[in-house]
Design a binder for this molecule. Structure first.
Ligand code: O7E
Length: 211
């Protein structure tokens, strides 16, 4: 079974609550980040927790260990159950996020290779493998890897074994749900659900990955 994680990149609390209300029976987790939190405040996390789904903070944290720790502490105090960090800042910075997450009973995921074309300028083959190895070394719970490049997801799976792969890029970015779902643990989908005329139906259309 592959989980479906809704990327709730809408800009207001009202929109976020409306889409979550419509889609929550068909999704396994919600991810929010700068678009919604800057638009509505961090307290939106508490409102979304009413849906009783894992709530992941996608701030792609990328700072020195002390600043990462301060950010991660805010995240878990706000009611999130997971945090996403960049890996390129190195082992001490990644470990700071992992340590705070685990102390709070939460999860930490490390970005390896991103899904957009420009990711290959700096994060492609070789570097992404090193970032995946770092995620393992730092005892992170999983990695972020691109649904737009299934062959790269396969290569990164070789490095991380049974740790989780969360994968964005299906739908609006052109990735195929059918192709990527068997390779990953959680498929992250945003626009093709929340911009749909019928978000519930759009979320339900991915039900086949959850069986
Ligand atoms: O393209 P969409 O609308 O389906 O949204 C994809 C979401 O995944 C969006 O929130 C974007 O910021 C995020 N994302 C990527 O698209 N590509 C990446 O490489 C990484 C992420 C991401 O979520 O990283 C942390 C999980």
């Amino acid at each position: 079974m592959t989980e479906l994680m809704l990327a709730l990149d809408v800009l207001t609390r009202a929109e976020a609550m409306d889409i979550a209300e419509k889609t929550h029976p068909y999704i396994d987790a919600i991810k929010i980040g700068y678009p919604l939190v800057l638009g509505s405040g961090l307290s939106v996390a508490r409102d979304l927790s009413e849906f009783d789904l894992p709530l992941i903070a996608d701030f792609k944290v990328a700072d020195i260990p002390n600043t990462n720790r301060l950010i991660a502490e805010h995240v878990f105090e706000a009611g999130f159950s997971g945090i996403i960090t960049q890996g390129f800042t190195g082992r001490d910075s990644v470990s700071a996020c992992v340590d705070v997450a685990h102390s709070a009973g939460g999860k930490c995921y490390v970005v390896t290779e991103m899904s957009h074309p420009g990711a290959l300028d700096f994060m492609g083959e070789g570097i992404a493998e090193r970032l995946a190895a770092l995620a393992v070394e730092c005892n992170a719970d999983g990695i972020i890897a691109p649904a737009t490049r299934p062959e790269r997801v396969k290569a990164l799976r070789e490095i991380i074994g049974k740790k989780k792969i969360l994968s964005p890029g299906v739908g609006a970015q052109g990735g195929s749900a059918e192709e990527i779902a068997p390779l990953i643990d959680s498929m992250i989908v945003g626009r093709s659900i929340y911009n749909s005329e019928d978000p519930a139906k759009a979320a339900q259309s991915y039900s086949f990955i959850r069986n």
